[in-house]
Design a binder for this molecule. Structure first.
Ligand code: NAD
Length: 454
């Protein structure tokens, strides 16, 4: 089917009212959960094929993450769909006020390749819960995962309401010519602009979950052993191909020395003498990204790691020192297992360094000095923050997850995903009671000074 035919089919299904009853939505979410549970081994295998993702990371960050989200939707959806009753201003005391949670209609969800299931199926679940029909466009770059989703979704979910449209840039370009009621996109900021432009032609609202260079600030008061572990974990999980991975480190020369020494010990403990042999360390998704990241190893000095193997698309967990702010490694999101360290003298330098660049998706602060932490939070702008850890704010489903400026528009997770795919339809419900009509007489002509000032 071509995009036009798919959209016509889904619009038909939406207009039939089929996706509106909460029982239907619950059944589809249950089907989605069943699809993941029954095919867990296939999911794990596809992640291994595309990204050499470890069983542990695949279960924790993709499978279980998704299942938790689906279970949360199933537990909360009956409350979420209810019309809200806002506070009544005094003049509306005789009226009823409602906010209806309306689905948008036919929505498009475009996924990225780095967490190919989570980033596609979480917004999908939110869109279903909100009562929409959905076209899923998985990333073609994670080929095995894309094929699996394309095979399984039609088997488990209602094919009249949900369709997978697989393909690369030409197919997505074709898709984007059509009119959708909402577009949810995850991927790079450059492509985000293409999506935004295509959506604006139809005035389609968008959520853009993009990337950026997420900084880490660490001072000498931080528990350095704990900080190193938490930073290296956030950086080297999925071989650095995580949108909220720490991109670079800002610290003094003293802290840098300790950081590098402790890192050597920890990386050896985690991945052994040769991380290439470890089942727990990933690979770069394709040759283009491998070549791009490999070039960045020429920046500054290699303090840890630096080894590569093009035949496996392997890049060792690497720490770079003697980096200056205009080195190429500081000009683009790294999205690979390289952590450059920039030396700064104090917190004010860190604030100024961060504020001179595009607003990042995440920021991390390691310090026991509450005043400094507050100063950094209050004087910088980013999508979200974890203090004294990395990545973990993303896992709290009562916190909205999303970027700002170059790192994105809108947010999701937990109830925020449902809200993203929901139009808040306001309704003022008046009655024909005579008393209300009497109280409102002043609005009718003929006007007078007395009526105007009433
Ligand atoms: P990408 O932008 O290359 O691709 C993402 C999707 O866009 C794919 O489905 C792809 O088919 C499609 N696409 C690519 N080029 C296109 C074009 N010219 N026209 C239309 N569609 C196109 O991104 P990626 O390489 O898959 O992902 C990496 C980026 O995504 C990083 O910047 C990362 O930080 C960001 N990211 C953000 C989040 C988040 O939640 N904010 C999560 C994961 C990744």
């Amino acid at each position: 089917m071509n995009p036009k035919e798919i959209i016509a089919l889904l619009r038909n299904s939406f207009e039939s009212g089929k996706t509106r009853p909460v029982e239907y939505r619950i059944q589809q979410i249950k089907n989605l959960k069943k699809m993941i549970v029954e095919n867990e081994e296939k999911f794990l295998q596809a992640l291994k094929t595309d990204l050499h993702k470890s069983r542990h990371e695949s279960i924790v960050m993709e499978i279980q993450f998704l299942i938790n989200d689906l279970e949360n939707i199933l537990a909360e959806i009956r409350d979420w769909v209810k019309p809200e009753k806002p506070k009544k201003p005094l003049v509306n005391i005789l009226d009823n006020l409602y906010i209806f949670n309306d689905p948008y209609g036919v929505v498009l969800v475009i996924g990225a390749w780095n967490y190919p299931f989570q980033l596609l199926l979480m917004p999908f679940a939110g869109a279903i819960a909100a009562g929409n029909c959905v076209i899923l466009k998985p990333s073609e770059v994670a080929t095995a995962c894309c094929n699996l989703v394309s095979t399984l979704v039609p088997k488990y979910l209602d094919p009249d309401s949900y369709k997978v449209y697989a393909g690369g840039i030409p197919e997505t370009t074709l898709l984007l010519k059509e009119k959708f009621d909402y577009i949810f996109y995850t991927g790079s900021s450059n492509v985000g602009k293409i999506i935004s432009e295509a959506a604006s032609k139809h005035l389609t609202p968008v959520t853009l979950e993009l990337g950026g260079k997420s900084p880490v600030y660490i001072d000498k008061t931080a528990d350095i052993n704990m900080a190193v572990k938490r930073i290296l974990w956030g950086k080297f999980a999925n071989a650095g191909q995580t949108c909220v991975a720490p991109d670079y480190l800002l610290c003094s020369k003293d802290v840098e020395q300790k950081f590098v020494e402790i890192s050597k010990v920890i990386l050896k403990k985690w991945y052994g003498n040769d991380p290439k042999k470890s089942l727990d360390f990933g690979r770069i998704i394709n040759d283009n990204h491998f070549k791009r990241i490999e070039k960045l190893l020429n920046n500054g000095s290699v303090a840890v790691g630096g080894e590569t193997d093009a035949s496996e698309r392997y890049i060792a967990p690497t720490i770079l020192t003697n980096i200056s702010s205009n080195d190429p490694v500081m000009m683009e999101e790294i999205f690979g297992p390289i952590l450059p360290i920039i030396n700064i003298d104090n917190l004010y330098d860190a604030i100024s360094f961060i504020n001179k660049r595009e607003k990042p998706l995440a920021m991390y602060i390691f310090s026991k000095n509450k005043k400094d932490v507050d100063l950094l939070i209050q004087n910088t702008s980013c999508g979200g923050i974890t203090v004294n850890d990395t990545v973990m704010h993303l896992a709290v489903d009562t916190l909205p997850f999303g970027g700002i400026g170059n790192s994105g528009i809108g947010n999701y997770h937990g109830k925020y995903t449902f809200d993203t795919f929901t139009h808040k339809k306001s309704c003022l419900y008046k009655s024909f009671a005579l008393i209300g009509e009497k109280l409102g007489q002043a609005r009718y002509p003929p006007y007078s000074e007395r009526k105007t000032r009433l």
